[in-house]
Design a protein around this ligand. Structure first.
Ligand SMILES: *[C@@H]1O[C@H](CO)[C@@H](O)[C@H](O)[C@H]1NC(C)=O
Ligand SMILES: *[C@@H]1O[C@H](CO)[C@@H](O)[C@H](O)[C@H]1NC(C)=O
Length: 470
């Protein structure tokens, strides 16, 4: 929490305690002086979900890290819960149970967790999806989380949508045929990407020792992993006489024992060999000139004061014409700054850490959501938002867009690069002195995608309002 915020909390709510608290070196004075609080206030902040707790600044509370049970009390209002109550869900959604006082209006739900998706279990793997059916705001993109054990194969298939993917763990082998009939094969590891344009036939296979898990993104939220075109499904629904004719008049009996229906994911009979040993050898085989894969995490990051950003889109991964991506890390106490995306909805996937996001939708509407690993968020295009690290570890996330290029606008940069009097008149007619301080802070700032408040201006040791304790 920023020091100035802490001071406001204390200043606003401590006035009736000041008589009892010695002024010299009191916790309040220490905050005002920018000195660290005594350990007792840092280590054991009081439970903020009580009737008497006040925090007019709506600071984040890490209810999971602190093992707190959020309750709907806010600044003297609210009441306890009498009816049935899902404590686990409440703890995961502290900002739905007690929304910041700034939340308002009819913003639809913008959060889903893959753990609430149906898992399709197959031989040697599983798959689950987050589409417009799970999360109605997921209109532009659909996500699939898939696991293939060592040797397990996602069978040869294609689909109407383009497919982008990020390897979450392990190693995976890809095969594909490009539009010119070139053969493509590559092995990928954690942090690597692939992209197959619509219709490109491909397969996936888990490599040793434990196979792989990855996130697939399709450029249409109505995508369904049940509706892909599978080799086995097609052959099972083609007259054998035609199969015979298509494949050089082989006797129809050759096809007597092909799978009667789709295989989808299945265990292979052998461990995959090296790439060169598995490369097809027919006399018409040629190597694809396309680059369907990219090492995203090997890109040097753009470092910011509070984290790092890697952007992969058609500028550095030319084949990825319909999916743009950013890999973002947000340090403890840092904020993916207030911004918006002008060209596409954001589909975010949380890999590590705990975060809260408030989405601003114009007409006074705003709603806050909490995310943890395995969760999906959507932010409709142009809606202002931030991502605040509220936990005790780094947040790592992917921001995905149905777009050829990643684009965002930074609020901080915009205000720093607008005429001073315009900004001051808009925001600070009520307090000229505050306006001066604000303009000084933003004018030399520029864009800082993941921002960490400078030391002295705040500090993450200071926990949120503990006023009735001081
Ligand atoms: C493979 O999985 C087993 C069982 O989950 C685990 O003990 C082992 O560490 C894993 N090996 C690697 C290299 O990840
Ligand atoms: C960014 O930060 C990483 C990790 O701290 C560091 O290795 C790298 O050199 C930095 N890059 C630049 C351009 O400063």
């Amino acid at each position: 929490m920023r020091l100035s915020t802490a001071v406001t909390v204390l200043g606003a709510t401590l006035s009736h305690f000041t008589a009892a608290v010695p002024v010299q070196d009191s916790p309040r004075q220490r905050l005002l002086d920018g000195k660290p609080l005594p350990a007792k206030y840092r280590k054991n902040p009081p439970n903020p979900y009580r009737p008497g707790f006040r925090d007019p600044d709506d600071s984040a509370v890490d209810s999971i890290g602190r093992k707190l049970d959020p309750l709907p009390y806010r600044n003297g209002d609210g009441a306890s819960v009498l009816g049935p109550w899902n404590r686990e869900r409440a703890r995961q959604n502290p900002d739905l149970v007690r929304p910041p006082s700034t939340d308002h209006g009819n913003m639809p739900n913008l959060r889903w967790s893959f753990v609430d998706s149906h898992i399709r279990i197959e031989e040697g793997g599983w798959t689950r999806q987050t589409t417009v059916r799970e999360l109605p705001a997921s209109i532009e993109l659909a996500g699939v989380n898939m696991r293939l054990d060592e040797g397990a194969i996602r069978e040869l298939h294609w689909h109407k949508e383009a497919e982008w993917a990020y390897v979450l763990d392990g190693r995976v082998r890809l095969t594909a045929l490009d539009y010119e009939g070139g053969t493509f094969m590559d092995d990928l590891s954690q942090g690597d990407l692939w992209y197959f344009p619509a219709g490109v036939p491909h397969s996936l296979q888990g490599l040793s020792p434990n196979g792989t898990e990855f996130l697939l993104i399709f450029d249409d939220g109505h995508f369904s992993e049940e509706s892909t075109f599978l080799l086995t499904d097609w052959l099972a629904h083609t007259p054998r006489s035609v199969l015979s004719k298509n494949f050089r008049n082989l006797p129809p009996d050759i096809f007597a024992h092909i799978p009667p229906s789709e295989r989808y994911i299945f265990q292979s009979t052998h461990k995959p060999g090296s790439l060169p040993s598995e490369f097809p050898r027919g006399k018409h085989v040629k190597r694809s000139k396309q680059k369907f894969t990219h090492r995203m995490l090997s890109q040097p990051p753009h470092n910011t004061t509070g984290g790092s950003v890697r952007i992969t889109d058609s500028r550095n991964f030319p084949i990825s014409k319909t999916v743009a991506a950013a890999h973002v890390t947000i340090a403890r106490g840092a904020l993916r700054e207030m911004h918006w995306h002008p060209n596409a909805d954001e589909w975010s996937f949380f890999l590590r850490g705990r975060a809260r996001v408030t989405v601003f939708g114009a007409e006074g509407s705003a709603r806050t959501f909490d995310y943890q690993p395995g969760d999906v968020g959507v932010v409709p295009r142009n809606m202002g938002h931030f991502v605040e690290n509220v936990g005790d570890e780094e947040v790592e996330m992917l921001e995905l867009f149905r777009a050829d290029e990643f684009r965002d606008f930074s609020l901080f940069q915009w205000l720093g690069e607008s005429p001073r009097r315009m900004v001051a008149d808009t925001l600070f007619q009520g307090d000229r002195e505050a306006g001066e301080r604000f303009l000084k802070a933003v004018e030399d700032g520029g864009k800082d995608e993941v921002t960490l408040p400078p030391k002295g201006g705040g500090g993450d040791e200071v926990e949120e309002g503990r006023e009735d304790e001081l």
